[in-house]
Design a protein around this ligand. Sequence first.
Ligand code: LIP
Length: 329
Amino acid sequence: MSIPELTHSDLQQILKFTTDLARKAGELILEGSEAIQSASAEKDVGEKKNSVDLVTEYDVRVEELVKKEIGTKYPEFKFIGEESYSAGSRPPLTDEPTFCVDPIDGTTNFVHGFPFVCISLGLIYKRRPVLGVIYNPFLNHLYTGIKGQGSFLSRNNSQPVKLPLSSSPKPLPSLNQALLAVEWGSDRGEATIGPKSTSFARLAGNPAQGVTGGKMAHSLRSMGSAALNFAMVAQGGLDLYWEIGCWPWDVCAGIVIAEEAGGIVTGSHETFAATANSASFGDVTEQVLTGRKYIVVRAIGDTQGENNRDAQKRIIKEFYDSVEDVAPN
Ligand code: LIP
């Protein structure tokens, strides 16, 4: 069966549909938050692989709503969703248009009432992310992006503003000027937590006060949502986000939104080493999308003798020289 060609205006129409759907799902997320926060006892919070890998009835209900609406509007499109995947529906990625959805990204935040929660809806086409919508209903922040057509932020139903928010992104001389996002994730065994804490301490630590290889970064943030971390890098509120262990549905939409804001996304230490000096640097291939190791750096202003891409490459090198690589579980 031939793959439908998605034109510029097709993607615009899909974006309109996906944005409306995100807002509809946002209403159910807010309803769910009410129910969970007002419940006397722990309500409908389940555990997946361990006690910190949480799922609620609303993760499942939001995904069912989204899957049904997409199936009605785009019956020929494929669907990959976090909860469907957990339930065993694991379709291989094909060239066909495929929605890649995280119904509630930041489920732990959702359970605790910490308002850094969103729905993340990405579209993959010919195995590459081409469209993204991230909607935080608690803050009413809507991020959208289409490959080659820019990315935008609408706050409280305002006119969408083009990203990054600063028309001339600031230079980033070194990690010691950076605000970084890292996450503890749900792999909490020594094999993961050990190297991660070493890496985090090194990023924050002061080399002048005995921290070997310390980068003295301005600070580290763990906001608990991969999708919103990507969106925050796109808008320029974070300089870099790195995580090992999250999934394609956590990052698919964010990749498009960050790239369209002049940011760069790549995969593991190995992928970076293999591509840094080639034309494929920053090319989010299927291998990177499904590799479960992601790093994204914001747009960095061109300075005397160094353009945006070179600056991003320099920052990723400095970062990857400072952190340990671990295997995602
Ligand atoms: C979360 C990610 C986060 C990661 C968590 C979890 P969820 O996704 O957004 O970056 O650290 O372990 O995977 O489970 O809230 O959709």
